[in-house]
Design a protein around this ligand. Sequence first.
Ligand code: NAP
Length: 525
Amino acid sequence: MTAKAKIADKATPQVNNEVLEVAVIGAGFSGLGMGIRLKRAGVKNFRVFDKGNDVGGTWRDNTYPGCGCDVKSALYSYSFEPWAEWSNAYAKQGEIHQYIRHCAKKYDMYPYMQFNTEVNGAHYNEADGIWEINTAAGETIRARNVVAAPGPFSEAQMPNISGLDTFKGEKIHTARWDHSIDLKGKRVGLIGTGATGVQVGPAIVDQVKHLTVFQRTANWIMPRLDRDIPEEEKVRYREKPQRMKAARLGNYWLNELTAPFLILKYDLFKSQPEKICRSYLNRKVRDEALKEKLTPTFKFGCKRVLVSSDWYPTMQRDDVSLVTEGISRITEKGIVTADGVEHELDVIIFATGYVVRKTGAPMPIIGRNKQDLNTKWSEGAEAYQGIATADFPNLYFLVGPFTGPGHTSVIAYSEAQIDYVWQAVEFRRQRGLKSISVKPSVEAKFVKTMDARSEHTVWKSGCESWYLSPNGRNNTLYPGFNAEYRMRIARFNPADYELKNTQDKTVRASVADQLSTGLLALKTV
Ligand code: NAP
């Protein structure tokens, strides 16, 4: 534990007089990447805060059996740090976490980390142009710029099912797997058949006596074309790292080619992948009744498309039952479904997802003129380029509103944002500005574009998903190609922002400013 972390553990309020150049909240892929970027650019006065005890975010916390990534490792890794050690084309959680730790060590990031520090709010001190960040331990951290990278998947979602607390057996949520619970020979119930459910079920089925899967909604599934990476291939990668870069590029453009299936309004595009999934299901499942249960009733891509080659085989085992009658209640002994059957169980696994904040701020954040971000985002989060929101100067989000990945790696979005944020921070420093805050008109225009484009996407084709806010808006995924988004934010344009000097006077972005940000953009290429 660092000295700072020890300070944070004390319960007495501490005001830290040090003013950081940048405070990064979250040490997952995005927050760590931001830290590495700052350090490589020569910024020393920054710190990355995380409530956990290590880097890794969701890949540190999710340790359930079978946990892995649906994006190939060649692309689900930093572009600047290709890794020759991946065991499989699609990496598992342990290796991804190992990779993130490797990056933190290689780039000497641990001295910049403050772990066991839960940030529970921030407010903008308008007089000084400085953010004051409060931690759960009572510390106040001051920073000129804040980068929020909390990630969407930090809080486990337990379903609201009556009788949940009466169950006498063991309950496990996948997001907080309890490795002390032995599943061997047990009657296990699995609630949830999303991206997590289809990974955990096949991974535990060989240990358990019987697996009962409670499916509320069947999902579209693509086969997972995984393969072991042999030692000879790893040697070739180690010898010539550019081969890994080429593999990354290949994967990137293959994924880009799939974007039209999700974002374009033409049915011709949208119906093709559905046909592939149907044919995969037809080939893998012979029993007509089971096939019907496993056939989704919504359009391909409306909910997250799953990637699994072992889900359908698992569903056909004699020691597995797929129950599609809804859950009525949980009892001392197990789960009662709508048909009145009580399924007796020893363990219930909840693969029921995360508390994904569709409205409001990720934490209490008070900006200029005492604006509360929670109020501003009460009908859904909005931010220019998914990064900055008006009246919250010098504050940036990574993988914020509208910039989740629909068809490719989240890292393809966050790396582009990291470069943009660094340019903003550097521009402000070079110009000696008190604040930069996106112009409301610029933000509104961007949001309008996102809304208009989202109308044509499959995400708005009528199903319920965590992508949509309660009013049915997509504020989560980027309704476009990643390559287009990267071009869009390749250069930080100061004309999009309201610039204030240290006398609190608004200044215009000059031609020299445009030139200097052009140079900064070139430095990030
Ligand atoms: P999820 O997509 O939210 O799925 C939750 C599942 O639980 C759904 O099947 C849902 O059914 C079911 N459920 C929730 N409440 C229920 C209830 N009361 N009764 C019965 N069923 C209930 O959560 P997730 O599978 O953990 O995935 C969340 C996200 O994490 C994914 O979309 C993905 O972005 C990410 N993830 C990624 C990977 C990867 O490979 N990269 C792996 C795992 C997760 P309904 O569909 O009917 O709501």
